[in-house]
Write a protein that binds this ligand. Structure first.
Ligand SMILES: Cc1ncc(C[n+]2csc(CCOP(=O)(O)OP(=O)(O)O)c2C)c(N)n1
Length: 259
């Protein structure tokens, strides 16, 4: 079979593929990351866990015009490979090589320089508010954050602000129940509960509540489970992409899938 990744230099090449070709691309991207990280070291599990999400986001959104912010940035290897850095990915984290995290100096596709966790929602919200002020109402601003990072004060401050703003912000909660170690705490238990108890999900959902304000366009996607099917991510993201006031749950995310 023809290698698809060989012919992808940036997301505009990716967007020329048929949706049916994307699972094949996901396999190739996963293998590419494993091959290089196996000899050069780096963060592996987090990037493998978002291969499908990364493809879905660059396929469905108009990056780099739409702004994509990765929290921490340790999961952005697939993003880097699909956004012009495939040929230099072997220099990842090496002296004079590419950075192990998104860097605004390195690429126009890296909307925000990261390394520290829990900053993505604030950053994307600030960008979304700026776009509003400039009248760029169609521009999308996407924060991808893990369940460990969203449990911090800074992320909650941003959610609190987003919940009353009119900014066009999409927050993707990549809930795989693992940070560096398995997640613990009340929020983890809460997220588990809202996914298993349908009544609770409808009546008492903190994340849904944040999306219920008139005029607010924030959206949260959250999921946890046994696989990270590309179709599930692609369907979910395309469903909510242009929707205002949407809440969605049920996309599966698993760290280090298919190792
Ligand atoms: C302020 C800060 N504290 C700690 C870290 C170390 N750190 C790197 S990744 C990570 C966990 C991330 O887990 P999660 O947010 O669930 O994302 P996932 O790895 O599942 O994508 C932590 C704590 C950091 N980068 N920044």
């Amino acid at each position: 079979m023809k290698n698809l990744l060989d012919n992808i230099s940036n997301p505009s090449d990716l967007r020329k593929l048929n949706p049916e070709q994307l699972p094949q691309l996901a396999k190739e991207l996963r293998a590419f990351i494993i091959d290089i990280v196996a000899t050069k070291e780096g963060h592996l599990g987090a990037s493998l866990g978002v291969v499908e999400l990364t493809i879905a986001l660059h396929f469905l959104f108009d990056t780099p015009t739409d702004l994509l912010v990765w929290d921490v940035g340790h999961q952005a290897y697939g993003h880097k490979i699909l956004t012009g850095r495939k040929d230099v990915f072997h220099t990842n984290r090496q002296f004079e090589g590419i950075a192990g995290f998104p860097s605004i100096k390195e690429s126009e596709y890296d909307a925000f320089g990261v390394g520290h966790s829990s900053t993505s929602i604030s950053a994307a919200l600030g960008m979304a508010i700026a776009s509003n002020l400039k009248g760029e109402t169609e521009k999308q601003h996407i924060a991808v954050i893990g369940d460990a990072s969203i449990a911090s004060g800074m992320a909650f401050e941003a959610l609190n602000h987003a919940g009353v703003s009119k900014a066009n912000l999409l927050i993707i909660l990549n809930d795989n129940a693992i940070g560096i170690d398995p997640s613990v705490g009340a929020l983890k238990e809460y997220l588990t509960k809202v996914k298993t108890d349908k009544r609770l999900a409808v009546q008492n959902n903190i994340i849904k509540a944040l999306n219920n304000r008139p005029g607010n366009q924030s959206v949260v996607v959250t999921g946890r489970g046994g696989g990270s099917a590309l179709k599930a991510w692609a369907d979910t993201v395309s469903e909510i992409k242009d929707v205002k006031h949407a809440y969605n749950e049920g996309v599966m995310a698993r760290k280090g899938i298919d190792l």
